[in-house]
Design a protein. Structure first.
Length: 747
């Protein structure tokens, strides 16, 4: 049983092999955090770690649910305004219960268990006698993962309305001292850039008020002691299973830091009539004593296996060709079928028709909402096209953007009031489109029927669900004035309801989420769609950075990664097909170009890439991922990462160099996830010497590869001069002591 109650000391201890999370139920009723970190003895009291509050000091130690006005002067987790306008609460401990397993959170995506033995859940109930508010702090500890899931449930048990002004999913007070904060920030087409900075006194935060989690900041914070690396040291993560406005903040005071994460209070309030309740989204707290790498691995495993759901969770993800950068909106059935045939000849498994297939959609200026195939381009509709694609032996998929409406559309003409906007105010222009008011159940119902009809009308196996604009002039058309603060959250609840209904109705469809690339790349979406379009930028060098950053928290099976044409459409940069492939392999591989426009030689390279990826797909999509050389650190000119099978039998290493310099030295890259006692056959792919093919190999010890490193030859060692944007791929296979005389040297 991973949750222990030490009644004599009033302590509750969540524990597994990798972490302990110890709470004290203080006499004043506020649960306090005594310890979050490495596992410690659950039969001993740990109360001495945080001395109890003394009479002359009002400031509580490390409250798990800080509220304003009663002695805690830090950032609150819960602000509950009462009928008289006061937000002061005196939350007293009422009781707690421990449940096997993990209950779902109504209306919200969350992590889950398949068997009750996988986790235990603790609910601590607190109450404020005067207002009647009841607050449940809910914690789940997984048996085999270094994570604790937390959320809050607030119930109005009184007889007057209450208004939530702030309801964070988790607030964690950790000891003070030197901390480093890592966040994933950026913007459109350069999402998930790793930003690391020392925690300074005062507060530092990231967040979104755009209605979606945003390209600008990802709902993740990593806190580390200053000397933590990929392999060593304490690392803590806070991630939020949510796709809307969020706040993630660290506040450092004299003797502690407080990290909190949840719905952004800056555009949120929620009215609780007597008897009503609200559950917050789930926060995932992770801990690693073995550096950032192990922290990421805990998130990867949880998100891949117990957040993603449905039949596609464990299935190999198909290699796809997406029509967007190949033809944009300029196509007809014949052109698409030619593209599909080219894709089939490469070994691609799924043909995806992106934007531009519905009534009058020749640019981004019209037609969103009119989900009927355009007879000018598709006289036989999606059905005939889909059947023809299937007849080639490919799956067929489409792009939709169901949350949107174009002003020039039949839907807007019929229901102008369904588009979000504040009455009487000018609407902010944004990509010629408006967002539908998904806080209204009838709008969700209409979209469900429209998309369900579409999915029934043709053999559609995959859906790319896009969301291309932020929400401005937020206003819920059916919400009374005092509930307008609920709009953003109700919108997100509408999105989740729609996703859930469609995923339930079409379990065999593979959904990929998208928001102009990674504008809604978050754990909430991962629960809806097991993969996401990581970024609209397909340039290999830019993708190195974005995929590296995203991997801090998200598994490779969730990251769509496509090889596109050069000059790259977003950057104008020219990289080799080999480098484009070597980056896209570390994700869910796809192509986004017209193979018919390439030379035969280039097509042959693509064919080899697809075959290589399929042969190693299990390893690349579900293996252990290790970051080796960061594109964000050091000379920023090199990067390397690898996937290793869980049994350490096989591995693939990717090595990348941005700019070639004269006299480039050799590099030794220490590999991970291998068995130091084993030997490995190391080959370069697709073979580095002309004529050598994939046959050149060397035998190296796992000890050498992990303790000394894999040698990447420099120029002086007759290494390859690939020019700028070079890359190398190495395939490692364990060999069983077979002596190999004079193996050839990898050049
Ligand atoms: C967004 C997506 C792209 C593409 C276009 C189509 O920008 O991120 O991949 O689907 O929309 O309009």
């Amino acid at each position: 049983m991973p949750i222990h109650h030490l009644a004599s000391a009033g302590e509750l201890h969540l524990r597994n092999e990798q972490l302990s999370y110890v709470l004290r139920l203080s006499p004043r009723g506020r649960p306090e955090l005594l310890h979050f970190g490495g596992p410690i003895d659950p039969e001993l009291s740990h109360g001495h770690l945080v001395p109890p509050v003394v009479a002359w000091c009002t400031e509580p130690g490390r409250p798990e649910c800080p509220t304003p006005g009663s002695g805690d002067f830090g950032a609150p987790a819960l602000v509950l305004e009462q009928a008289d306008g006061s937000s002061t609460l005196e939350l007293a401990y009422v009781g707690h219960r421990i449940l096997a397993g993990k209950p779902a959170i109504p209306g919200l995506p969350s992590t889950y268990v398949e068997r009750d033995e996988e986790a235990d859940t603790l609910e601590v109930e607190l109450a404020d006698a005067r207002s009647g508010a009841r607050v449940f702090l809910v914690y789940t500890v997984f048996r085999d993962l270094a994570v604790v899931a937390r959320h809050l449930r607030v119930v109005n048990g009184g007889d007057a309305p209450l208004t939530l002004r702030c309801a964070m999913s988790a607030s964690v007070d950790l000891p003070g001292g030197a901390w480093e904060l890592t966040q994933l920030s950026g913007g459109w087409a350069r999402e998930c850039q790793v930003v690391r900075r020392p925690v300074a006194p005062g507060s530092q935060s990231i967040g979104s008020l755009r209605g979606h989690s945003s390209h600008h900041h990802n709902p993740l914070l990593i806190l580390e002691r200053g000397d933590t690396t990929e392999e060593r040291g304490d690392a803590y993560g806070l991630s939020l299973v949510y796709s809307g406005n969020f706040l993630a903040e660290v506040e450092a005071s004299a003797d502690k830091i407080r990290a909190r994460i949840g719905i952004h209070p800056g555009a949120f309030s929620w009215k609780l009539a007597p008897g009503e309740e609200l559950c917050t989204p789930e926060a995932i707290l992770a801990y690693s004593a073995e550096g950032r790498g192990a922290l990421s691995e805990a998130y990867h495993q949880l998100f891949r296996e117990r957040l993603a759901r449905g039949p596609w969770r464990d299935r190999p993800r198909p290699v796809l060709l997406n029509s967007w950068e190949a033809v944009y909106c300029d196509f007809d059935e014949e052109r698409l079928l030619r593209l599909a045939a080219e894709a089939r000849d490469l070994g691609v498994e799924l043909f995806v028709l992106d934007d531009g297939w519905f009534l009058g959609r020749d640019s981004d200026q019209t037609s969103l909402g009119d989900w009927t195939p355009d007879p000018r381009k598709l006289p036989g509709g999606l059905a005939r096209l889909g059947r023809a694609v299937e007849a080639m032996g490919l799956g067929f998929g489409i792009w939709i953007e169901p949350e949107m409406v174009s002003q020039r559309s039949q839907l807007f003409a019929a229901h102008p009031d369904w588009a979000i906007g504040s009455p009487g105010r000018t609407r902010t222009e944004y990509r010629h489109q408006r967002v539908l008011d998904l806080s209204r159940p009838e709008v969700v119902e209409w979209i469900f029927q429209a998309i369900a009809g579409l999915l029934r009308s043709a053999p559609i196996r995959y859906v790319k669900w896009d969301m291309n604009r932020s929400i401005t002039e937020p206003f819920g058309g059916m919400l009374p004035a005092e509930r307008q603060g609920e709009f953003f959250h109700r919108y997100v609840l509408g999105v989740y309801a729609l996703y859930r209904r469609l995923a339930d109705a079409f379990p065999e469809v593979l959904f990929e989420s998208c928001s102009s690339g990674g504008g809604r790349f978050d754990p909430g979406m991962l629960a809806c769609a097991p993969q996401a379009w990581t970024s609209d930028c397909t340039d290999a060098m830019e993708r190195l950075a974005t995929q590296w950053g995203a991997s801090l928290c998200y598994p490779l099976s969730s990251m769509g990664a496509h090889v596109s044409a050069v000059p790259n459409h977003q950057m104008g940069r020219v990289t080799s097909l080999e480098t484009r492939g070597a980056v896209a392999f570390f994700g869910v591989l796809g192509y986004e170009l017209d193979p018919g426009a390439l030379e035969d030689g280039a097509r042959a390279i693509l064919r080899d890439q697809v075959a290589f990826y399929k042969a190693h797909r299990e390893l690349l999509q579900r293996g252990r991922f290790f970051r080796l050389v960061s594109p964000f650190e050091g000379d920023r000119n090199h990067a390397s990462w690898m996937c290793a099978s869980r049994d350490a039998q096989r591995a693939i290493v990717g090595y990348y160099r941005v700019l070639q310099h004269v006299g480039e030295p050799s590099h030794l890259i220490r590999l991970r996830g291998l068995d130091p006692a084993a030997r490995y056959r190391v080959s370069a792919w697709p073979g580095s010497e002309p004529g050598a093919g994939g046959d050149a190999f060397v035998i190296r010890g796992g000890d050498e590869l992990t303790r000394v490193g894999l040698l990447i030859p420099g120029e002086s060692d007759a290494g390859p001069r690939q020019g700028d944007f070079g890359s190398r791929l190495f395939v490692l296979e364990r060999c069983w002591g077979v002596p190999v005389p004079h193996p050839p040297v990898i050049p």
